[in-house]
Every structure is written in structure tokens, then in C-alpha cells.
Design a protein. Sequence first.
Length: 255
Amino acid sequence: MMEIKTDATLLAMREAGRVVAQALAAVREKAAPGVTPAELDRVAREVLTGAGAGSPFLDYHPEWAPRPFPAVLCLSVNDAIVHGIPDGTPLADGDLVSADCGAVLGGWVGDAAVSFTVGRARPEDTRLVDTAYEALEAGIAAATVGNRVGDIAHAIGRVCRRAGYGIPDGLGGHGVGRTMHEDPGIPNEGRPGRGVPLRHGMVIAIEPMLAGGGLDAHYTARDGWTIRTLDGSRAAHAEHTVAITDEGPRVLTAL
């Protein structure tokens, strides 16, 4: 279901988005070689609790998942694309991390993700992450009244393909509102001028996901949640919750 939000609702959603941004900033600051994903999850929990916010991730249980998600943070390392479950494995120097977090505040959801290297970055990882953010910015720039969902998808896909990266099949963005996943779906590749028209008051999560090896194929790990690249290459993920407005796209999950 897609709900057109009022201007007052967009302001409320900005507050939820601000909490998400603060949580991700705290996670990134804490991340270092030797720190575990479970410790980073605790950092995100503390930020949410301190803001009086809940988590749309914790205990989320879609039909395809074997069990509810056990954390407030998705922490995906190296070849993990998305949905990584934070565990006690210490991060190593050079690990490529994607952190995805959400918050529920006042009945409204914010959702965002960042990718970064722990310690010393490999040049190829830096390029991959930079391209993910470039694709995100291209998608946001296309999120204007009068465009369609396909214009966002085309903008993202063009950046990813031009750089030679894979676009994981079936993974993409979504509407955001009272729940974390609403209509419309926002693919990471598509044809311009196609799909749902963009209107003032729509709120969507735009989230490019890139596979460094160039393949689109992926698989789900034994935990039933973590999605990994098929060839073991590293992946990057960048995401913002964005409001479509008559004045242009408004990022709700920026600091």
C-alpha cells in the first residue's frame, strides 16, 4: 500500500530519519579492527533507546525468513550484500562493511544504510563504495515530481553498469511510511519513463547495491537472512529515505 504523506508527516518522518542518521554515525565511529558486529548492534540500540525510538528491524519476520531478525542493525561484511546478522566475529583491518539501520519514532519509519572500510581500505573497495554513493545521488536527483520510478531505477543502473559492477537480482528500494516496506518498489535498474508516477508526499527508500565482481547472481546463507555475492566478490550498499516534494527531493535520513 502506498500512502501520500502530508507536509506535517514529512516533518515527523524527518525526526525518525535523524535518529537513523545518528545511529549510523555512531556505528561508523565505533567500527574498528577487533570490534564485533554484535558490539556495533549494541551501539545502534543505545542511540535508538536514547531517542525514544523503536526498531523496525528487530523481530521483523517476512514470510521468506526462517526466523525473526534478531538485531536492530543489519551488518554485512565483505561479500555479504545485505541482511547480515551481527555476530561475535571481530572485524579485521580492511573489511568492507555495510550497515543498514531503521528507526520508528512517533509511528513513522526512517531507513538508511552506509558502506565503509574498517582500517586501511583497498583501492578497489574505495572505488566500489564511491560508486554506490554516486548511484545513490543519481537516484535521488531523479526523484522529482513528474518523473516515474523507472527514471530513478535507470539513473542508478546507469552509474553501476558504467563502472562494471553487478546489480544484485531482485534487490532494491521501497516505499517507507508507517511500516518499513511499502509500495512502490524501487528497482536498481530499469527503463526511464516507466512505472509509478512520482507525486508530492511520496516517501521512498532509494538503495543501490553493487557487486564488485560484476555478477547479478547471489545466494542466501545458511542463517536464512544474509545475502551474499555468488562469486565471493565484495559488495557495497548505500541508502537514504527520500521525500518527493514539489520543491525537489528531500533526504530525510541525513545528519
